[in-house]
Design a protein around this ligand. Structure first.
Ligand SMILES: Nc1ncnc2c1ncn2[C@@H]1O[C@H](COP(=O)(O)OP(=O)(O)O)[C@@H](O)[C@H]1O
Ligand SMILES: [Mg+2]
Length: 328
């Protein structure tokens, strides 16, 4: 579906670079919800922009490629630089905070028309399109009346639902959603997640959900990747990540989650991630890791397989034998 091969990306700040994504490898399968987790600033949004081929200055891909397999084909693909031609129809994107930046002077209906006309090759009449959009909204249990509304007349949760409807109207094979529930209250969050899950179930396509909230991943994703300081340090089935985390950072993330019936004080993760302008030579987590050795501070860990479809990059887990280092 969507495959990343040794992808690195950076913000070009003229006198320096922010290396926000470093050598990331993974593949999104057909018919799955893939989660991307990690602390704020670790590169999740940047990675999603790169996956969507949304490379506006100062963001640039410094190496590697993203492949989008067309029409769920296993052999025919387009790569970074060409994905734009497939926006809306094959791949769509709901940016972080998009519900706050919808065009305030344009009715929801025109926002749909704008988006759809870009992905709609067979020119349909406005009337026919309007009917199709209304029908789709009804399928998603949204009232077609919202088409006449301006964004400010809708609640934050409703705007987010509209954006998801917009992004999925043309049944793309890949849907990317960046922090779709952040800044919404808990009840609305649940509705949005339920909506995303039902869209994915209906379309049987691939969905990528970025969230710093591990609870979101637990509820909706099938597989997930954990990012730390621009790198993907662990990838695996979600139940494996929660029940059998291998990387010390993932273990700390999971350990910090509240559990039912447990009243003990949870420790946060002490320290802060390294600067992405000048990251350390060895493992990027070493400075915060209680298991770190001198070797960890000098050698970059490779990704090794640690279970069924489960990969992690930590020297404690070994340095691999040159087998599958790709974390796919
Ligand atoms: N437009 C930008 N210009 C320069 N640096 C940026 C820009 N956007 C993000 N960054 C930096 O890139 C790094 C990754 O940010 P981001 O991808 O937004 O992380 P996340 O989504 O995980 O919070 C951070 O250090 C952030 O400060
Ligand atoms: Mg972000």
């Amino acid at each position: 579906m969507l495959e990343l091969n040794h992808v690195s990306a950076r913000y070009n700040m003229l006198t320096s670079f922010v290396n926000a994504v470093d050598d990331v490898n993974f593949k999104i399968e057909n018919n799955e919800i893939f989660g991307i987790a990690g602390e704020s600033g670790c590169g999740k949004s940047t990675l999603l922009k790169v996956m969507y081929d949304l490379l506006d200055y100062p963001l640039e891909v410094s190496s590697g490629t993203v492949r989008l397999y067309k029409g769920r084909s296993e052999t025919e693909y387009v790569e970074t630089g060409k994905l734009k031609e497939y926006w809306w129809k094959e791949i769509s994107y709901v940016p972080q905070g998009a519900m706050h930046v919808m065009n305030p002077v344009s009715r929801i209906e025109s926002q749909f028309f704008d988006a759809v006309s870009r992905g709609n090759q067979d020119k349909k009449s406005r009337k026919q399109l309007r009917e199709e959009i209304a029908g789709y909204l009804r399928e998603l249990e949204l009232s077609p009346d919202i088409l006449r509304a301006y964004p400010h007349q809708l609640s934050g949760g409703m705007r987010q639902r509209v954006l998801i409807a917009l992004a999925t109207f043309l049944s793309p094979s890949v849907i990317l959603a960046d922090e779709p529930t952040t800044a919404l209250d808990v009840v609305v969050q649940k509705d949005i997640l339920t909506m995303l899950m039902s869209v994915q179930k209906r379309m049987e396509n691939s969905m990528v959900i970025v969230s710093h909230d591990m609870g979101v991943h637990y509820q909706v994703t099938n597989r997930m990747g954990i990012m730390y300081a621009g790198q993907m340090i662990e990838v695996g089935p979600t139940d494996e990540i929660f029940n059998n985390p291998k990387h010390p950072y993932t273990q700390m993330l999971i350990g910090a989650l509240p559990k039912v019936g447990d009243t003990s004080q949870k420790e946060g993760i002490p320290g802060t991630p390294p600067s992405l302008k000048d990251p350390p030579a060895g493992c990027r987590f070493a400075a915060r890791c209680k298991y770190a050795t001198d070797q960890c501070r000098q050698v970059q860990p490779q990704t090794v397989q640690v279970g069924d479809r489960h990969y992690a990059a930590c020297l404690l887990l070994g340095q691999g034998t040159g087998g599958n280092k790709d974390g796919k």
